[in-house]
Ligand binder design. Structure first.
Ligand SMILES: [Zn+2]
Length: 424
């Protein structure tokens, strides 16, 4: 890789670690969506000083938005000296709650032994910091670059991205001609390119029964027992069938390279809050939330039909069985092709920095790429960033300083190729 660019980034190693630590010190915990505004303003003010045009976009009326917890996003743009394509680095600024088990303050931004610790270090304030340093270094070395560079800090990714990337995408922030290429620095490891994710269908299944006194259950009809029959059918038929559905998508970890379904929640009968005395009722309703992850090889209609067919068969075979099903969330699977410009540019960065071919992966769960592609209709989008995926959302989360530096180099090389400005 270009020596000057490489050295410029290396010289800013301490600054990069400090920037990640500064970002961690904003406790942008979601829910409820704390400290979004000061964190967005911290990013925006830094980039404004570098000459970026900065916009703050609050997603008014989005889920969770209130005056106490405003959904404030920041989008910064720098137009080069001549026309060209626009490259956008998008990071979410929200983090999940700290949870138990920390051996340090999760929001202190501790830097120790070549690592930056804290909630969000890896997912994904380390990636955000790396992209900022990559962009600033690139601009120092190539001040006359053509095209435009954008950096955004967006909210609510951990809760679906509705007040963040989805909101911005609806307003054209992730569409041509404003933007051509998008890199999302999620923690997928510094030598891997994430091309997309599996699909998701969340649904609630309800079985119904009839109330009666618990001492005479035969007078009623127990909705929980009906749900038991649903689970038995899942175990006997559905799960073995899902296990057989393999995909050409390179999903990591390997165990997710097929269809899966989790039962997120199940509830029947009286409330789980036993502060009062339990009462002896036959439950007339039982509800289950399923989380089905599906593949490019499956359509959403097939995925739904598989479940509905099973439930309809129970309706035919089991006395008094009745059910309803309600969609909660649907996300189609996505896979950007390896020869898409953004994937090729970042792959070249990995070759130049690490001297080897990138690994191409697909995320088992979704992230904001879905909104860029589905709402923004922009298909040239990947995730690439430092940090070890397995550390995300865990206690003592950290990101390696050297990993951030190396991935900043990869991003800078990719940026140069996409803008056609790296003097090749
Ligand atoms: Zn993330």
């Amino acid at each position: 890789m270009d020596e000057r660019l490489s050295k410029t980034i290396e010289d800013r190693t301490e600054e990069l670690a400090a920037l990640a630590a500064d970002l961690i010190r904003f406790p942008t915990v979601n829910p409820p969506g704390d400290a979004y505004r000061p964190c967005a303003e911290f990013i925006g003010e830094r980039l404004r000083k570098r000459g970026f045009g900065v916009e703050y976009i609050r997603a008014e009326g989005a889920p969770g938005d209130s005056d106490r917890y405003p959904r404030v996003n920041v989008v910064a743009r720098f137009d080069g000296r001549s026309r060209g394509s626009a490259v956008h680095f998008n990071s979410h600024i929200d983090v999940v709650e700290a949870g138990e088990g920390w051996t340090m303050d999760p929001f202190a931004g501790l830097i120790r032994d070549g690592r930056v610790y804290g909630r969000g270090a890896c997912d994904m304030k380390g990636g955000l910091a790396a992209s900022i340093i990559a962009v600033e270094s690139f601009m120092d070395v190539y001040p006359d670059f053509p095209g435009a560079i954008e950096i955004s800090g967006t909210v609510d990714e951990e809760s679906g991205g509705f007040g963040g990337v989805a909101h911005l995408a609806k307003q054209g922030y992730f569409s041509r001609p404003k933007v051509d290429h998008v890199i999302i620095p999620e923690p997928l490891n510094k030598d891997r390119i994430c091309l997309g994710h599996r699909g998701v269908w969340w649904a609630e299944i309800e079985t119904r029964g009839e109330m009666a006194h618990g001492s005479m259950p035969f007078l009623g009809d127990c909705a929980v027992r009906h749900m038991g029959a649903v689970i038995r059918a899942f175990e006997d038929e559905l799960y073995p069938a899902l296990d057989q559905k393999r995909t050409r998508m390179p999903v990591v970890p390997e165990g997710a390279r097929r269809s899966t379904m989790n039962i997120n929640a199940i509830h029947g009968g009286q409330t789980d809050d036993y502060s009062g005395l339990p009462s002896p009722n036959v439950p007339d309703s039982c509800r289950m939330v399923i989380d089905r992850r599906f593949l490019l090889e499956e359509t959403l209609a097939e995925v739904k039909d598989e479940i509905v067919t099973l439930l309809d068969r129970l309706k035919g075979s089991r006395s008094k069985f009745d059910y309803s099903i309600r969609d909660i969330m649907e996300v189609l699977p996505l896979m950007t092709e390896r020869d898409a410009p953004v994937a090729e540019a970042v792959a070249q960065g990995i070759r130049e920095v690490f001297g080897r071919e990138p690994e191409y992966v697909i995320s088992p769960g979704t992230y904001d790429q879905k909104h860029v592609t589905r709402i923004g209709h922009l298909h040239d989008c990947i995730a690439y960033g430092p940090g070890i995926l397995d550390l995300a959302h865990r206690p003592d989360e950290w990101v390696g300083v050297a990993d951030m530096v190396e991935s900043a180099k990869v991003m800078a090389v990719g940026l140069g190729r996409l803008l056609g400005a790296s003097g090749r």
